[in-house]
Design a protein around this ligand. Structure first.
Ligand code: SF4
Length: 262
């Protein structure tokens, strides 16, 4: 059974398109729905708005239906959950650490396992969107293969880079508008502890309601949202005119390069 893990980002979308173009059976397409609260999506608002459009387009172009899987718990619910094991029993989870972030396990992996447990006993091949220029990530991934669970990456196998993934998505009108926004380059949750100050600044500036949700949680957390500064301190700096520089600009560069070809 072929399961395509779709995040609606360029790499997993390009993988799905390649499979459709090349006649590779698409048995299931799985999207992991991560939520901030039961009512608020974890996706960046631009992405959350685009997902239903992309789903309709996938259906129309390739007859593909996307299954949504949810862990059953939102970020905020897990944030306030008391730990039952480990070194801090009784403490609430609070903000995740940047290394070994609990959200990856509790919100994402749990949802994926819940979905794949439906196919226990079947030989499953997971198709992942890992580009040719992500060699280390691909090597890490294939080490996790088992007899019944294998991984494939069409982009990697066919020597296609992230740049080419952009082009493939654009060709079908399936490139997320996230990539067109001038100062956002990453996918993932808007409340991700791994995001850079530049993304937090963008959230503060364009989506103050969401930013306030994080600020509201800070007093309850034993860890600060970001390693070097509290959100309260960061907010004061934003309000004083601080505009952080980006840590890296790779995808932004890719977007520009891709746009230049058209
Ligand atoms: S994108 Fe960030 S917040 Fe979302 S699950 Fe991954 S590590 Fe956690």
């Amino acid at each position: 059974m072929n399961i395509f893990n779709l995040s609606f980002g360029k790499d997993s979308m390009a993988t799905l398109i390649l499979a459709a173009e090349q006649g590779i059976p698409i048995d299931r397409v799985m999207y992991c729905d991560i939520r901030f609260s039961p009512d608020i999506s974890g996706e960046h608002p631009l992405m959350a708005e685009w997902i239903p459009t992309a789903e309709a387009r996938l259906k129309e172009l390739f007859g593909v239906t996307v299954d949504h899987t949810y862990s059953g718990v939102s970020f905020i619910e897990q944030f306030f959950t008391a730990k039952k094991s480990g070194g801090h029993i009784g403490d609430i989870y609070g903000f995740p650490h940047t290394i070994g972030a609990w959200c990856n396990d509790r919100l994402k992996v749990k949802a994926i396992n819940k979905y794949t447990s439906r196919f226990r006993g079947a030989d499953v091949v997971h198709y992942l969107g890992i580009a040719y220029d992500e060699k280390k990530r691909w090597k890490r991934t294939i080490k996790k293969s088992t007899e019944q669970k294998k991984y494939r990456s069409l982009l990697y196998e066919q020597g296609l880079t992230e740049h080419e993934a952009f082009t493939i998505c654009e060709k079908y009108g399936l490139l997320s508008p996230m990539y067109g926004k001038d100062d956002i380059y990453r996918g993932g949750c808007w409340f991700c502890p791994k995001q850079c100050y530049a993304d937090l600044h963008s959230l503060w500036r364009d989506y103050p309601d969401l930013y306030s949700e994080l600020l509201r949680l800070e007093p309850y957390s034993h860890t600060t949202f970001s390693r070097n500064m509290s959100l309260t301190e960061l907010t004061v700096r934003f309000e004083s005119g601080y505009i952080p520089q980006r840590r890296k600009r790779r995808t932004e560069q890719l977007t520009l390069e891709s746009a230049e070809r058209y």
